[in-house]
Design a protein around this ligand. Structure first.
Ligand code: UDP
Length: 317
């Protein structure tokens, strides 16, 4: 199959491209390199079934020739990145999704949307099931990301309903691993980077807020299964939560990082950002039932692997 991947030079996109190539697919990768990095694609550079083009998918675009699937992953995805690029984030979720869906419709291709647990906002329901509609502040600081992804889900669902595009929506929960940028602002790369440099570990609020962290290889396996699924039942493609239900407080996470990197400086408490969700944990019953998928890498394994990556990146710099 020939697969178009938008955002293919990003953290998840690059791992996804590698997986598709390993399975024998052809991959056409686009990225505007706003938050993605071409070096993430280093392993694919000489691969004849892989092509990369620097392109902003929020502007009109198309692809010549047959396309079997369009995977729309392009968007800034960390709170620091989307706060720095709010308009670009809104455009990637709206115009970017529109162009990707138009291509999928024209080519009769499958369409995979990388959505997010952020559609649940600061949730009143715990853990979060796909039926939950969420609690998002539409004019808050996170809205550029949350509402863009909610719009993207609405648009994709409409293309499925009215134009019979075979749509799959992955609601991706916090994911970590190699190729995150040390300065992307997300908690794991930030704490690991700080600890490696002997700096204090920054905790926002009192650190009692929770997240559930999924290792990147598990997440990619979930995306892969969702895209490979022959057809989804029903008129509306059900969104599928992908994440690891292992929930911990951010304070516990900082302690886990310190256990691996004892040279870390003291905890430094900073104000909690506006609209920061207090608790987050996926209910993955649907992914288990529909995809036969569940994560297998816990923090005990994934965190050391991530630390090893950041050590290597620091040594290479
Ligand atoms: N956080 C923190 N210190 C940091 C970065 C983030 O305490 O240096 C907190 C942040 O406030 C949030 C959690 O860690 O409660 C996860 O933040 P992240 O940016 O990784 O992702 P989010 O789940 O908020 O999108």
């Amino acid at each position: 199959m020939r697969v178009v991947v938008t955002g293919g030079a990003g953290f998840l996109g690059s791992h996804f491209c590698e997986r598709l190539i390993a399975q024998g697919h052809e991959v056409v990768c686009f990225d505007n390199l706003l938050t993605g990095r071409e070096e993430n694609l280093a392993s694919l550079r000489r691969e004849p079934r892989f092509s990369f083009e620097r392109r902003d998918v929020s502007d009109p675009w198309s692809v010549a020739g047959p396309v079997g699937a369009v995977a729309h992953l392009a968007s800034p995805a960390s709170p620091a990145d989307y706060s720095a690029y709010p308009i670009e984030t809104l455009r990637a979720g709206s115009a970017g999704t529109y162009h990707a869906l138009e291509l999928a419709q024209a080519k009769r291709a499958r369409f995979l949307l990388a959505s997010t647990s952020e559609v649940y906002g600061d949730p009143e329901e715990h853990p979060q099931r796909e039926e939950y509609w969420g609690r998002v502040n539409p004019i808050g600081l996170r809205a550029c990301y949350d509402e863009a992804k909610r719009f993207a889900e609405a648009l994709a669902s409409t293309y499925r309903r009215l134009r019979a595009v075979s749509v799959r929506i992955a609601r991706i929960f916090n994911t970590y691993g190699p190729r995150m940028r040390g300065n992307d602002g997300r908690v794991i790369p930030t704490l690991v980077d700080q600890a490696l440099n002997g700096q204090g570990l920054t905790l926002y609020g009192d650190g009692s807020q929770t997240r559930s962290f999924c290792y990147v290889s598990d997440l990619i396996a979930g995306l892969d299964r969702l895209l490979a699924l022959a057809e989804l039942e029903g008129a509306l493609a059900p969104p599928v939560n992908l994440g690891n239900p292992e929930e911990i407080t951010i304070l516990e996470l900082a302690e886990r990082v310190r256990a691996l990197l004892p040279a870390a400086g003291p905890l430094t408490f900073l104000p909690l950002p506006a609209d920061d969700p207090k608790r987050r944990r996926p209910d993955i019953s649907r992914a288990r039932a529909l995809l036969g998928w569940a994560p297998s890498v816990g923090l005990d394994e994934g965190l050391p692997a991530t630390v090893a990556y950041f050590r290597g990146a620091a040594a290479a710099a």
